[in-house]
Every structure is written in structure tokens, then in C-alpha cells.
Design a protein around this ligand. Structure first.
Ligand code: SF4
Length: 332
């Protein structure tokens, strides 16, 4: 399988894998999961050995970047050890992690010592009451503490991912930009996507990336950054603050889809390969792995699935079908 590359029928090469290590989470964000979320049985979830085994097969097929996601990855014990094992895979150039941040208070140092160097923290509001309304948890101060601990440990960059929602956090867009500038975090605004469990998504709650750029630019002038080389695959469109105080990114998946440049695939916590965040179909890798299938066979399943990858999401199409899985079961 070595020297094989994961190229789809649209000639997009896939080098970036997101692995969900658990569907569980200690938050209940309203745009992600219901309060009474039913999580998968433990034995349905990949063991760390199975994750590392599959990761080796993916890297053999040309994957060179892995991002760990959840649910909330840090609610699963032993993630630093998993990162150490992944770090030993030859050909894997980069490992990153997306977290809601509170686990960083106790785990940032272990994660850093395990070899992790960059991290994304989800934070949509700086307002205590709104934070509680959005996450159904009263822990904003712990997220802020987690961010500071990550900075103390030397993580760089530390990206803050914010989902902007109309009538909810649109009055905080400039505050979040100021917060990131003052703390040297890289802010990423993500357009609200229809992957919520409670069907709250609607165009009335959605703020287009352009509107967010204008709001920030009116206070902190911005210069667009040209995205060349690998950067052109980055979902975030980057802007630099004119005064040099860092940059801010905009992931406008709904209004400015970047599917033509997509180089990402996903592995769910129960070992299903999703070629797109909005895939309606999946390829089961865990059952053949547990049945003792040779790596070659699993590799062929991956190659074929990627070949048949969707052209892109259909959010703006009249016949848009929402995936059965909500965000916490995909991992973003
Ligand atoms: S929607 Fe699907 S195809 Fe488009 S960028 Fe996201 S994962 Fe890639």
C-alpha cells in the first residue's frame, strides 16, 4: 500500500484525518447534542490500540496530519498516551486536538509532554449567562483557566473556535476578537452548520462570514492573507490585523464552501470512515479490523471510499439531507 495516495474522483488528495476518540462530552451544547444524549456502548468505541492500528494504515496511504476530536476527547482517560503512540508513526507530520478546554487545567502539561504542540479550544461567548445557556454548564471560568494553562505549557498556536449565532452571540463578535488579540490566541469564527441534534439550525440564526469580517474590520482593520501551498486546503480564510496583533480566521462553510479544496476525511469513535462532514453513508473499518482482516483489505476499503467521495456538502441545495449523526458523533 505504500506510495498509494487517497485521491477521489474529483482529483482531491486527502492527507488530513480527524479521529473522534469518544462521542461522550461533559458539555451539552445546544447546537450539538440534546441534554439527554444517549452515548454509544463502551465496546462499540475503538480502543487506543485499534485507533493506532488504523492510523498506521491511513498514514501508509498518505495521511500526514491527524486531529483528535470527540465529543470531548479529554473526557476519555489516557489521551496523552495515545498522542505519544501516534507520534511514533513514521510519516505522520502533525497531531492536533480540539477540546472544550476544561480538561486542559489538569491535562495540558501531560499533553504537551506527550508531544502535542497545537490545540483548538471551542469558546463561543465570554458571557457567563450565555455560556450556560449555550452549553448547559456553568464552567466558563474553567475554560478560560484551561486556555491560560495551555499557554503556560507552551502550546502555540492556541486557536479559539467560535460559532457565531444571530440573536445570541452576534453582539460579542468584536469582544471575542479583542479577547483573542489581548491573549495572543488565534480566533476562528465558524459559520453555524446544520449538524445540530435539536433542529435549531435555520437561516435566521446564521451569521455569514462576510458579516463577521465587516463587524471586526470596522473596529480592528484587517488585511486578507493569500492562501498558497498547503494553506489553500485550510478551511479558514485568514486575515491579519493591520496593527500586527495576530490574525483571525473565518470558516464560512455555508456561504463560501471550500469543498473543492477539501483534503479531510474522518473516523468516528465507533470506527466508521466518513469522507465528508455531511456524509450520508459511511464505511465500517472497525468490524473488519476486529475480524482480523489484513491491513491491505482495510486499506482497499479506505481507498475505494475516498474514491467515491461526495463533491461537497449540499447545505444550500433544496434536497439537502441532514446526516443522521449529530456533531458530537462525528467530531467536527
Ligand atoms: S463539507 Fe465535506 S467536502 Fe466540504 S469541506 Fe467539509 S468535509 Fe470537505
Amino acid at each position: 500500500m505504500t506510495n498509494t495516495r487517497l485521491i477521489d474522483n474529483f482529483n482531491r488528495e486527502h492527507t488530513n484525518l480527524r479521529i473522534s476518540v469518544t462521542d461522550q462530552c461533559n458539555f451539552r451544547c445546544i447546537y450539538c447534542m440534546p441534554e439527554d444524549m444517549q452515548f454509544m456502548e463502551d465496546d462499540a468505541i475503538m480502543t487506543f490500540d485499534e485507533i493506532v492500528h488504523l492510523a498506521r494504515i491511513f498514514v501508509d496511504l498518505g495521511i500526514n496530519k491527524i486531529r483528535l476530536t470527540g465529543g470531548e476527547p479529554l473526557v476519555r482517560r489516557g489521551v496523552p498516551e495515545l498522542i505519544k503512540q501516534l507520534g511514533e508513526i513514521k510519516g505522520l507530520k502533525d497531531i492536533s486536538l480540539t477540546t472544550n478546554g476544561i480538561g486542559l487545567i489538569t491535562q495540558a502539561k501531560d499533553l504537551y509532554d506527550a508531544g502535542l504542540r497545537r490545540i483548538n479550544v471551542s469558546l463561543d461567548t465570554l458571557d457567563e449567562a450565555k455560556f450556560e445557556q449555550m452549553t448547559r454548564r456553568k464552567v466558563l471560568s474553567k475554560v478560560l483557566e484551561g486556555l491560560q494553562e495551555a499557554q503556560r505549557c507552551g502550546f502555540d498556536p492556541i486557536k479559539v473556535n467560535a460559532v457565531a449565532m444571530k440573536g445570541f452571540t452576534d453582539d460579542e463578535i468584536v469582544d471575542l476578537a479583542k479577547f483573542a488579540r489581548d491573549n495572543a490566541y488565534q480566533l476562528r469564527f465558524i459559520e453555524f452548520m446544520p449538524l445540530d441534534a435539536d433542529d435549531i439550525w435555520g437561516r435566521n440564526m446564521f451569521i455569514p462570514g462576510k458579516e463577521i469580517i465587516n463587524k471586526i474590520g470596522a473596529v480592528y482593520p484587517l488585511n486578507p492573507v493569500s492562501m498558497n501551498g498547503d494553506a489553500k486546503h485550510d478551511p479558514a480564510k485568514l486575515y491579519q490585523f493591520e496593527d500586527g496583533k495576530g490574525d483571525v480566521g473565518f470558516i464560512s462553510s455555508v456561504t463560501e464552501p471550500f469543498c473543492e479544496q477539501c483534503n479531510r476525511i474522518r473516523l468516528t469513535a465507533d470506527g466508521q470512515l466518513r469522507t465528508c462532514l455531511f456524509s450520508i453513508t459511511e464505511t465500517d473499518l472497525l468490524t473488519p479490523l476486529r475480524a482480523g482482516a489484513p491491513d491491505e483489505t482495510i486499506g482497499d476499503l479506505i481507498i475505494e471510499a475516498v474514491k467515491q467521495k461526495e463533491p461537497g456538502h449540499q447545505i444550500n441545495a433544496v434536497n439537502f439531507v441532514k446526516p443522521k449523526r449529530n456533531m458530537s458523533m462525528i467530531g467536527g
